[in-house]
Design a protein around this ligand. Sequence first.
Ligand code: NAD
Length: 344
Amino acid sequence: MTKIAFFDAKEYDISSFENAGTIGDFEVKFYETKLTEDTVHLADGYDVVCVFVNDTVNAAVIDGLVAGGVKLIALRCAGYNNVDIEYAFGKIHVVRVPAYSPYAVAEHAMALLLTSIRRIHKAYIRTRDFNFSLSNLTGFDLHGKTVGVVGTGKIGRVFIDICRGFGMNVLAYDKFPAKDSNLNYVNLDEIWERSDIISFHCPLTDETKHMVNASTIAKMKKGVVLVNTSRGALIDSEALLDGIKDRKIGAACLDVYEEESDVFFHDFSGHIIEDDTLARLISMPNVIVTSHQAFLTAEALSNIADTTLNNVAQFFAEGVCDNELCYKCAKVGSCPQEHKKLCF
Ligand code: NAD
C-alpha cells in the first residue's frame, strides 16, 4: 500500500482527505508540522510527501526526501513557488493540483474588494457595538470602474466574469495572452496607469516577484485599490506601505503576504507580532488581510483531496502523472506526457 506523509496538515485537510472516496487505498500519516530541513526525516520510509503552500521544498529538503526513499512530492495546491523544481528535476517527481475551484479564489477576491470599498469590515464592528453612525463609511460604485487583471488563467478569467457582472470595464495583462478570448489585453504600463482596481492572478516567478514596487506604484492612479490573492511576493510590502502612507494607494486587499510562511495559518492573538511591516499594514484602516484563505471552500477542499489522491494513484500505476510539474516546460504551461518521460 502506498504510504503518504502529509505535512502542515490542518483539521480541515484531515477531514477532507479522510472523507475522500479512495483514502482507504493508502496508508496515511498527518503531521501538523511543516516540511523543513529539520522535519524532513519524518518522511523517511514514506513513498509520498503531501505538502502545501508554506512547506519548504528546497535543495536540502529534496536531498533529504530522496535519501529517505520518498519518490513523489504531491502538492495539494496549484502554486509551486515553494518547490525548487529545477533541483528536483531528475531526482524526484513533483505533482500538483492545477485547478480545484477557481471560483473559490475569484469569489474571495471580489469579497475582499467589496468589503474594502464598502467599508463592511468597519460597519460590522460598529453595529456589534450598537454604533449606527454612517460617518466615514462612504464607498464607491464598482459599476463603470476600470479593473486591471494581471494573469488571465483559470482564476483570472472567473474574476473577469464576476467583474463584468458588476458592469466594470476590464483590462487584462498576461505574459501568454489567450488567443481565443474576447479580453482587452494591454501592456503592463497601461494596467498600472489606467486601472482603478488591480487584481493579481499570475504565478510568482523571478519575473513577477515585486512587480508592484515603488516605480510601478508611481505609475498608478491616485486611490488605486490593489487586490492580491495570488502570492505575497508579487508585491514589495515596504513599497506598498509607503504607497499607502503617501495616500497614493486607496486600499489594499491581501490574502497573501510575502513573509506569510511564519505567520499565516497560526493563532498569534496572544503574542507580539515580530513582523513590523505586517503589523503596520494591518493597522491601516484601508488594508484588509486574510490569511491565505481564498481557496478555503468545501468544494475546493473536496476537489483538492480527490485530485491529490488520483495524482498519487496514477503516478504509482503508470510511472507518470497528468498533473506532473516538468521543470523544462513548467513556465510555459502543461507538459506533454512524452516530454515528461523523456526529460525526467
Ligand atoms: P493559471 O495557471 O490557470 O493562470 C495563471 C496565468 O498567469 C496564466 O494565464 C499565465 O499565462 C499567466 N502568467 C504567467 N506568467 C505571467 C507573467 N509573468 N505575467 C503575467 N501573467 C503571467 O493559474 P490559476 O489557477 O489561475 O492561479 C493563479 C495564481 O493564483 C496561482 O499562481 C497561485 O499563486 C494563486 N492561488 C492562490 C490561492 C489562494 O488561496 N490565495 C489559491 C489558488 C491559487
